[in-house]
Design a binder for this molecule. Structure first.
Ligand code: CP
Length: 302
């Protein structure tokens, strides 16, 4: 089966600038890849992909690698800590170096916001955003949409509550941009000092009890590594006011699901007992990362 994608733009920098048809096209192609009985296909034999992670990752890095290998790519894994970045080499010079060696696409995770868009104007090979600062994490949101669509049949009309550290969350932003395009309603719930006021024009901030009544309750990790000192007074206090506790989960709607991009701070934003409960899709989300990234890597090199 072959399928033509809607757009000819082969970068994937974020969902803010991606149309709903193209998002649906990626989800459809992921469904195709999920159904394939063979683990490996020769589709992209002879193509080289570099995974360039300037920030730590487990899920995104490994699911890109699995996806690329399943498509038959040659995979180069770059870890900043073992590279010349440690000697002061810039991200641009690193990406330019790999491009000059003949890679066909690059997957990049980095801290700076805005740099990826700039790189995309200077680098000739397609670039895929694997998370940039608190800006966007498009493939995480795509696998989240895939999980919602597979569970509910359609995303249009769903209410999705995104709860927690909105200010530092690229997952919240990519979900917001994509979900609105797909016809879902998004609402946020967060302590005052973890809110992103600039997003309030797109999704309201609601109290925890209202957030619990959504179809999808998406919990976010408290991103301590991005916090200024003193943002979180204590893990216990956070759990008491904004954690998905067993008691709160019991007040969710019977059909509703729990999501979390992970990694998880167990017993801070979500109780340990809920991580693998019947309502939880957390490990299902991780499994969906592979077909989604197969669709995205294929799109980059079509
Ligand atoms: N969800 C996510 O991006 O996880 P990693 O940081 O482990 O890639």
């Amino acid at each position: 089966m072959t399928q033509t994608f809607v757009s000819v733009d082969r970068h994937l920098l974020g969902l803010k600038d991606l149309g709903p048809d193209e998002i649906r096209s990626i989800l459809d192609r992921a469904a195709y890849w999920e159904q394939q009985p063979n683990k490996v296909t020769p589709l992209l034999n002879g193509k080289f992909v570099a995974n360039m992670f300037f920030e730590n990752s487990t899920r995104t890095r490994f699911s890109f690698e699995v996806a690329e290998k399943r498509l038959g790519c040659e995979v180069l894994n770059f870890a900043a800590a073992a590279s010349s970045v440690e000697k002061g080499e810039s991200i641009y010079d690193t990406v330019r170096t790999l491009e000059s060696m003949g890679i066909d696409a690059g997957v990049i995770r980095m801290k700076p916001i805005g740099l990826l868009a700039e790189l995309a104007t200077k680098i000739q090979v397609p670039l895929i955003n694997a998370g940039d600062g608190n800006n966007e994490h498009p493939t995480q949101a795509l696998l989240d949409f895939y999980t919602m669509r597979k569970h509910f049949g359609d995303i249009r009309g769903l209410t999705v509550s995104i709860i927690g550290d909105i200010q530092h969350s690229r997952v919240a932003r990519s979900n917001l941009w994509g979900l609105l395009k797909l016809g879902a309603k998004v609402q946020f719930c967060a302590p005052k000092n973890m809110q992103a006021p600039e997003l309030a024009a797109y999704a309201p901030y609601v109290e925890m009890e209202q957030a619990l009544q959504a179809d999808v309750v998406m919990m976010l990790r408290v991103q301590l590594e991005r916090h200024e000192k003193g943002m979180l007074s204590s893990a216990e206090e956070y759990r008491e006011h904004y954690g998905l506790t067993v008691e709160r989960a019991a007040r969710m709607q019977p059909h509703a699901i729990i999501m979390h991009p992970a990694p998880i701070n167990r017993n801070v934003e979500i109780d340990d007992e809920l991580v693998e409960c019947d309502k939880s899709k957390i490990f299902t989300q991780m499994a969906h990362g592979v077909p989604i990234r197969m669709a995205v890597v294929e799109r980059a090199m079509q």
